[in-house]
Every structure is written in C-alpha cells, then in structure tokens.
Design a protein around this ligand. Structure first.
Ligand SMILES: NC(=O)c1ccc[n+]([C@@H]2O[C@H](COP(=O)([O-])OP(=O)(O)OC[C@H]3O[C@@H](n4cnc5c(N)ncnc54)[C@H](OP(=O)(O)O)[C@@H]3O)[C@@H](O)[C@H]2O)c1
Length: 269
C-alpha cells in the first residue's frame, strides 16, 4: 500500500470525456501512480474508471480529491464527500483536500476543518490536507487539528513563482507542498535557461522544471493529454540537476502568479 504521497503525480484538470479517459489510461500505463482530481473538475468519474480499466490493484494508485469551496458548510460537506466517493466508485480516497479556504470566513474555518478531520476518522480518506492556504490559515489549521494533521498544502508553484516565504515556512514545520500548475501551463518550454539546461541533459525544459521542484522537496502534479509529454515529464524522477543548475532555476522566480481568483486569500508571496 502507498503510505506516502508519490512525489510525481498527474493533474487531471480538463481530462473529461473519452479523450480525458484515454489520457489517464496512458498515464497509468506509463507508470503514473498518483492522480489529482477535485469535485469541481468533473474528472472524478474518469479517475475511478481509469483505475478500474487499468487492472491495477486499488492500493497501487494514490487518489486525491478536493472539497469545493461551495461545499464547505456543515450541511454540504459530508454529503459532498460521499458523492465524490460514489462518483469515483471508491470506498475511500488517499488524500482529501480543502480546495480553497472559505472567502472571508463566510463558512466558519472551524466547521470545515473539523468536517475534514471527521472524514478521515470515518475512513473516507487516509490523509487530509489543504490547498491554496497561506501561512496564517496553516497556523490556524495546526492549532485546531494538531501539528501533524495535514499531509500537504497544494499551491501554485513553478519556476516563475517559487513562493519563498511559504516554502520556507512549510519547510520549518516539515509540511510538504504540492506544486500545482508546475509547468506554468506549458510556458516553461519557452524559457531559455530551462532550454539550455534541458539540452545538456537530453531532456525537455518541462522535465527540468519538474526535477527542480522535486529537488526543492515539493510534490509535483503536471498535466498532459499527450502521451509523448506524459512520458517526457516522468523522466524528471531520474533527472539530477547540478547545484549550479538549481541556482540558475532559482533565479527565474519572478512572482508570476497565474491563478488568482477573487476568492483568493491574502498570499504570502
Ligand atoms: N488546487 C488548485 O487550486 C489547482 C489549481 C490549478 C491546477 N491544479 C492541479 O494541477 C494540475 C496541473 O496544472 P495545470 O494542468 O493547470 O498546468 P500544468 O501542469 O502546469 O501545464 C499543463 C499544460 O502544459 C502542457 N505540457 C505538459 N507537459 C508538457 C511538456 N513536456 N512540454 C510542453 N508542454 C507540456 C500541457 O499540454 P499537453 O496536454 O499538450 O501536453 C498543458 O497545456 C491540474 O491538472 C490540477 O490537477 C490545482
């Protein structure tokens, strides 16, 4: 059984319909063993179906889903988790996240964080965590649920948004960050520094970006609908960057946040 979060997972945003299912099946065939879905992506059904069609034992695939910010209230939280499990066709997920904190505490923080802990206690998930949580929210969560309660905080991180303040805090409390949109939606492919490093290793700039994030201690969940890109991205697991290459990628940070909806909390970086 997978007891920790596999460091390189697959984002499933947008992988709906037959085409999406084919991409998920290709990923499992290539060796991906961690699928990241959410109530709001419309991909929970495909994730469950891909696992069943792959023939892989359930315990070999790590599944994350996220409770939408529209389902955080006491009345909606638990039914939404039951609905996720039904849609996935699974008895439990491996990781359940709060997708976004409630905007301006419209739903009391204690209500949904307590409900998250209860989902774990009920065996609906093995691990719990959060997403899009700044430091202040992480501190509140730890005070409420305990210092070791959270398995990860999933946030936007890529070479152009390295979030040093949040990164250093997370390190200080030994909380792994999961880097979403780790390829900056594919734009890492156009960066000259990444291209040069990639050429030296015979890999793609995307693999360099992922290897850098893994070296920083992050979990990564790149997405792709292309078999060639899925395969190329997996190569990041075996790619060891030299210290000077890591330094060069660190210098690419320019605070470029791509996902910043109105409901966002006040970011640390
Ligand atoms: N928690 C949250 O609030 C949150 C927010 C956003 C995303 N996420 C999660 O993070 C996952 C990843 O984020 P994302 O899908 O937005 O962005 P991403 O992984 O940074 O980028 C995906 C894009 O990059 C392209 N790409 C993939 N591999 C490539 C390669 N080797 N070379 C060139 N281009 C490549 C893909 O195109 P092709 O399909 O053509 O390969 C796709 O257009 C999502 O699927 C979702 O699971 C979470």
């Amino acid at each position: 059984m997978t007891t920790t979060i596999p460091a390189l997972g697959l984002g499933t945003y947008g992988r709906t319909g037959e085409e999406g299912l084919a991409a998920l099946l290709a990923a499992l065939e290539l060796g991906y063993r961690h699928l990241d879905t959410a109530q709001s992506y419309g991909t929970e059904e495909n994730v469950g179906e891909a696992i069943r069609r792959s023939g892989l034992p359930r315990d070999e695939v790590f599944v994350t889903t996220k409770v939408a910010d529209t389902n955080l209230s006491r009345a909606d939280f638990a039914p939404s988790v039951r609905q996720s499990l039904d849609t996935l066709g699974l008895d439990r997920v491996d990781l359940l996240l709060i997708h976004w904190p409630s905007e301006r505490d419209q739903v009391p923080f204690e209500d949904y964080m307590t409900a998250l802990g209860q989902a774990k206690a009920a065996g609906q998930t093995r691990l719990i965590g959060v997403s899009n949580f700044p430091i202040e929210h992480l501190k509140r969560a730890r005070a409420l649920l305990g210092e070791d309660a959270l398995a990860t905080n999933q946030v936007e991180i890529h070479p152009f948004l390295q979030s040093p303040t949040l990164r250093d805090f997370a390190r200080s409390i030994e909380l792994p960050l999961t880097a979403y949109q780790p390829l900056a939606k594919g734009s890492v492919g156009e960066n000259e520094t990444l291209r040069e490093i990639a050429a030296g290793h015979g890999v793609t700039p995307a693999a360099v970006a992922l290897a850098f994030l893994l070296a920083e201690g992050h979990i990564v969940i790149p997405a792709s609908g292309s078999r060639a890109n899925l395969e190329a991205n997996l190569r990041a697991r075996d790619l060891k960057l030299r210290p000077e290459e890591i330094d060069a990628v660190r210098r690419l940070d320019r605070g470029e946040r791509r996902i910043d909806p109105e409901k966002s909390p006040r970011w640390d970086d």
